[in-house]
Design a protein around this ligand. Structure first.
Ligand code: PLP
Length: 285
């Protein structure tokens, strides 16, 4: 079956889903995206993703062509039309297609809104049992990483380097400290059982999964510290893990080929993954 995509008001077969070559998302990376997980046909942590979408478009002065309530309805319809049980909904909004290719915002141009789905059994991903390796790369991104912009070339290069090294993610380093993963938030568990993750700022994307995991951990009286950490500290930690909508909580067992802790998947990452999956199931819409 040809999957169904959404393009500017219409549901169309993916193979026929097209936008103009003049689209500013294509020409300038002038756009914002979101990725929400789908579990048992329902959207995970949807309010959090839609709030971040509203914030991101606001930061670049882009008006959404539909309300967020309508966008959620469209996402649900797309899930239903694709009979999607488990996977992700990708959503992108750009400043639209304009004839001139002028840098300033064009006037009277309708933003482009597209969505499509991908199939992925996130809950049963084998890497949750084995853990993944990460490599480290310099963080060469721009200064507004809090905006979920479609300008992802730095992450493409980082994650390509990871893939070429047989690793599952790249951790990006700035001023000697880890900012985040190419498409995930970074965590460690210290020897004193403190969960450490970098605080939100312009230096990282405010991960929706990160936010939920921090709240869920604190509800269970686990110690959480929001501060930056180095690769050296991560290597000395008991455990490391990443979070993202498309992987939930994923253990990290090596950094640049060196073991974290005993080099095996730890109990905290496994526990937080279970807690997050329970939360995701219980709150999905
Ligand atoms: N950091 C970056 C750079 C990302 O691209 C992503 C997700 O794509 C994340 C963190 C994790 O965010 P979320 O948990 O909202 O998926």
């Amino acid at each position: 079956m040809d999957p169904i995509a959404y393009v500017n008001g219409s549901f169309v077969p993916l193979s026929e889903a097209k936008v103009s070559i003049l689209d500013r998302g294509f020409l300038f990376a002038d756009g914002i995206y979101e990725v929400a997980a789908v579990l048992d046909g329902k959207l995970v942590d949807s309010a959090s993703h839609l709030a971040r979408l509203e914030r991101s478009v606001g930061e670049i002065g882009l008006a959404l062509p539909e309300s967020v309530a309508r966008i959620e309805e469209l996402q649900k319809e797309l899930i239903a039309r694709n009979q999607l049980d488990n996977g992700m909904v990708y959503l992108q909004v750009t400043r639209g297609a304009d004839k001139s290719r002028d840098f300033p915002f064009p006037k009277g141009v309708t933003p482009t809104l597209i969505m499509f789905v991908t199939v992925k059994d996130i809950v049963n991903a084998p890497s949750a049992k084995t853990g993944i390796g990460v490599i480290t790369v310099p963080d060469i991104r721009w200064a507004r990483r809090d905006i979920k912009s479609v300008a992802l070339l730095a992450q493409v290069l980082a994650k390509q380097a990871a893939a070429a090294a047989g690793a599952g993610e790249a951790w990006m380093i700035e001023d000697g400290q880890i900012t985040e993963g190419g498409s995930s938030s970074a965590f460690i568990l210290t020897k004193d059982d403190v969960i450490v993750t970098r605080p939100n700022s312009n230096a990282i994307l405010p991960g929706c999964t990160r936010k939920a995991v921090v709240a869920l951990a604190e509800e269970r009286q686990l110690k959480v510290e929001e501060r930056a950490f180095t690769v050296e500290e991560a290597l000395k930690a008991k455990e490391a893990f990443i979070t993202s909508a498309s992987a939930f909580v994923q253990p990290v067992v090596t950094i640049d080929g060196k073991p974290v802790g005993d080099g095996r998947v730890g109990p905290m990452a496994t526990r937080l993954r279970e807690i997050y999956i329970d939360f995701a199931r219980a709150t999905a819409v």
